[in-house]
Design a binder for this molecule. Structure first.
Ligand code: PMP
Length: 445
């Protein structure tokens, strides 16, 4: 009962301080686009548990598939035998992969582990060591993934040395190029590809470079879709030098941006694609997908993990893929996306002094505020003119929470991100946008 839950709150003090938390209390249940807390609060969830419960909390078909699997076999260890849900999932994923060459799967538990796997695979098969990543990238919290994470110092501060052999270039994001939101996309792409060229000439020779890793939509770095020309440019450099292109779709994948995978917008072929989060709608599961030609070079036993490709998670993921097809989820994403962009652009028009940018793709959308606390020229200039309050993004997020909607910030800039369920109703989407507008008005009043 909820009073039992309340009595547990004191043990929160025994949970590591290393975890941050954006809401107070104990989350006791979730259904669809809403979660409930022990004290009776019912909240609209615009976080999906950081982009995971894409089909809503406790989707009946997914939960039932997992429950049924629990009564059949829970742990059919992947290095001991195949299990049915694993192979069934491979069967269901093959036809939705963004390129027919992606035909070899390794299932793991988390996004971070999948990144580790991809790096290990790239180093093994190319016999090269170095990895190039993007400024602002987030790939996870394990040591290899942390080394290619460049979105906030907090993730690695005080824990160096990290994995060596990592280099970074700017991602086409006006902040990283010292510009403003209207900096032409073609100019951004040109500058970033130039940085890659000189990096390969000055710091890491192509013959030492195993892979380039990036998110097709920069996630924890600020919700910025990579322009097609940039992705094509990276592909061309990889082709020229035999470097592998690793595309991390952990957050942008599984329908989040209106296609199964965000890389599909560009038509660019990844050598390795990583997915997790929405794949199993809350059950721990990730996948490293590559082509047989690459993975045939791996020694049997070189990849593995006790819980890797857990049977219950795989059964849930099979139900996710089925539901995505049966419930026309991508159609809903595209319809709701239009409504969300239109609502947010109206808010920007009403508050041009405070909102710098509305951007994203599908239902992976961000609003960036101008405040004196954000680094960069764009913020300083606007904030000096308007006297906008500091920490605007976290203040607005806090007001949203007070008004019954959970929402997250992202990046070192003043950004609020919208990651609602992919099957959210038009009514709930509008409710969220209204709460967001009211929260802004309260903060700047
Ligand atoms: N890659 C990306 C793009 C992510 O957004 C995340 C998680 N936010 C990760 C990797 C790490 O995934 P996990 O937290 O499951 O380890």
């Amino acid at each position: 009962t909820s009073s039992d839950a309340a009595s547990l709150l004191e043990y929160g003090g025994n949970v590591t301080k290393g975890l941050g938390r954006v809401t107070e209390g104990i989350m006791t249940s979730g259904k669809g686009s809403y979660v409930e807390y022990h004290d009776g609060r019912k909240m609209l969830d615009f976080t999906c548990g950081i982009g995971v419960t894409n089909l809503g909390h406790c989707h009946p078909k997914v939960s039932k598939a997992a429950a049924d699997q629990c009564m059949n076999i829970v742990h059919a260890q992947c290095s001991i035998a195949f299990h049915e849900p694993y192979l069934r999932l491979v069967q269901k994923l093959l036809p939705i992969m963004p390129h027919a060459s992606l035909d070899s799967f390794f299932l793991w538990n988390s996004g971070s582990e999948a990144v580790e796997g991809a790096i290990k695979m790239a180093r093994t098969v190319t016999k090269r060591q170095n990895i190039i990543c993007m400024q602002g990238a987030y790939h996870g919290r394990t040591f290899g993934a942390m080394a290619v994470t460049k979105s906030k110092t907090i993730y690695s501060q005080g824990v160096a040395p990290l994995m060596p052999g990592v280099f970074s270039i700017p991602f086409p994001f006006w902040h990283q190029l010292g510009g403003t939101p209207d900096l032409a996309e073609s100019e951004q792409v040109k500058q970033c590809l130039y940085q890659l060229d000189i990096l390969l000439a000055q710091q890491t020779a192509p013959a030492d470079t195993a892979a380039i890793i990036l998110e097709p939509v920069l996630g924890e770095g600020g919700y910025v879709p990579a322009p097609t020309a940039f992705l094509e440019g990276l592909r061309a450099v990889c082709d020229k030098h035999g470097i592998l292109l690793i595309v991390d779709e952990v957050q942008s994948g599984f329908g989040r941006t209106g296609k199964f995978f965000s890389i599909e917008y560009s038509g660019v072929r990844p050598d390795i694609l990583i997915m997790a989060k929405g794949l199993a709608n809350g059950f721990p599961l990730s996948a490293v997908v590559s082509r047989k030609e690459i993975t045939d070079k791996l020694a049997p036993g070189s990849m593995g993990g006790t819980y890797a490709g857990n049977a219950v998670s795989c059964a849930a993921a099979c139900a996710v893929v089925d539901a995505m097809h049966e419930e026309n989820i991508l159609e809903n994403v595209n319809a709701r996306s239009k409504e969300l962009f239109s609502a947010l652009k109206d808010i920007k028009t009403a508050h041009p002094e405070h909102i710098l940018d509305v951007r994203g793709r599908g239902l992976m959308v961000a609003v960036e505020f101008a405040t004196p606390s954000g680094p960069g020229a764009a913020h300083d200039a606007v904030a000096a003119r308007t006297g906008a309050p500091a920490q605007m993004a976290s203040r607005v997020a806090k007001k949203c929470i007070e008004r019954g909607m959970i929402i997250l910030t992202t990046s070192v800039y003043e950004v609020v991100r919208f990651i609602p369920p992919l099957n959210i109703s038009g009514t709930d989407l509008k409710k969220g946008a209204d709460i967001f507008r009211e929260a802004i008005e309260e903060v700047i009043r």
